[in-house]
Design a binder for this molecule. Structure first.
Ligand SMILES: NC(=O)c1ccc[n+]([C@@H]2O[C@H](COP(=O)([O-])OP(=O)(O)OC[C@H]3O[C@@H](n4cnc5c(N)ncnc54)[C@H](OP(=O)(O)O)[C@@H]3O)[C@@H](O)[C@H]2O)c1
Length: 287
């Protein structure tokens, strides 16, 4: 198939793009910085320069493809609406114009849960989901809670930092297993118009997963827990509110617990099998 990936330079988008290429597809990437993207992702991809906020660039990237995978994120919460909602809506509109067979979209597990007034990240993702549904292009929504690949983002200097104590276990899934599901979904007609929950093979508390990561990948680091209230206080002055979306999601997970049954995704697209330990050992071997 001729596939487009939007967000291929991201933490989760990159393994997806690599998997699609390895599975023999022609893979086009819409990237803001082609030289940098080529350096990270290498040859074999078709690079189309442009931002998802530029509807003409989006149209150029979508035209001539059969399907698209969207894995967008915005570092600055103030850009979420423009990038993830309106950017995804532009992709969906172009996909409809060019008669694509499928849009797959990486969204969140709590987006459709009725928990009261929605946090910004969920409002934006819900609007993006609606734009995709309204486009009439067959879709696959992937609802993930926590990717194992996020563990290295907890490293700050000589510390592995746990934000608060999350009492609910997560089911960390590694992006490489998720990528295999995305790839299979494109060639599985029964994955059209499906809302699929993506969970990893083990129920682990975040502090347990971080302890495995510290022991296996960065054994000289110290695992520290910073109370969530302290992080909230420091978030704005120190990192311009960039942690706010993660903190809000952690509070919601703590309140709502595990949401979603991974059974349908596992049955249709194969179950993720990589444990946190196995993923961390692989990471350690790469260092
Ligand atoms: N991490 C998790 O545990 C988790 C769990 C559930 C759901 N998710 C969702 O997964 C998605 C991807 O997460 P991630 O951690 O991979 O994000 P990320 O590493 O921040 O990657 C974001 C991607 O979006 C691209 N992008 C941003 N603005 C763009 C623009 N204007 N035009 C084109 N591309 C643009 C970035 O490209 P540049 O290289 O140009 O910046 C990058 O490729 C997010 O929606 C997140 O909410 C993540």
């Amino acid at each position: 198939m001729r596939l487009l990936v939007v967000g291929a330079t991201g933490l989760i988008g990159r393994p997806v793009a690599q998997r699609l290429l390895a599975d023999g597809h022609h893979v086009r990437l819409l990237v803001r910085h082609p030289a940098r993207a080529r350096e990270t992702l290498g040859e074999g991809f078709e690079y189309v320069p442009g931002s998802v906020t530029d509807v003409q660039a989006v149209d150029r990237a979508v035209r001539g493809t059969d399907a698209v995978h969207v894995s967008l994120g915005a570092e600055d919460p103030a850009r979420l609406e423009a990038v993830e909602h309106r950017g995804t809506a532009a992709v969906a509109a172009a996909a409809a114009r060019h008669d694509l067979q499928r849009i797959s979209y990486l969204t969140g597990s709590l987006v459709r849960v009725d928990y009261g007034r929605k946090i910004l990240v969920h409002r934006v993702k819900l609007a993006a989901e609606h734009a995709i549904e309204d486009s009439g292009v067959p879709f696959t929504f992937f609802r993930a809670t926590y990717f194992t690949n996020t563990l290295p983002r907890h490293v700050r200097g000589p510390f592995v930092v746990m934000l608060g104590r999350l009492r609910q276990p997560l089911h960390p899934v590694c992006a490489e297993d998720f990528a295999a599901q995305v790839s299979r979904a494109f060639t599985t007609p029964a994955a059209a118009d499906r809302d699929l929950y993506v969970l990893g093979p083990q129920a682990l508390h975040l502090h347990e997963a971080l302890a495995v990561f510290r022991r296996t990948v960065v054994p000289h680091h110290l695992l520290v827990t910073v109370p969530i209230g302290v992080v909230s206080l420091l978030d704005r002055p120190l990192v311009r509110g960039r942690l706010a979306p993660s903190l809000q999601i952690m509070r919601l997970i703590a309140r709502l617990g595990k949401v979603g049954d991974p059974g349908p995704a596992n049955e249709l697209l194969g179950a993720p099998t990589t444990t946190v330990e196995a993923w961390c050992r692989r990471q350690a071997a790469l260092l």
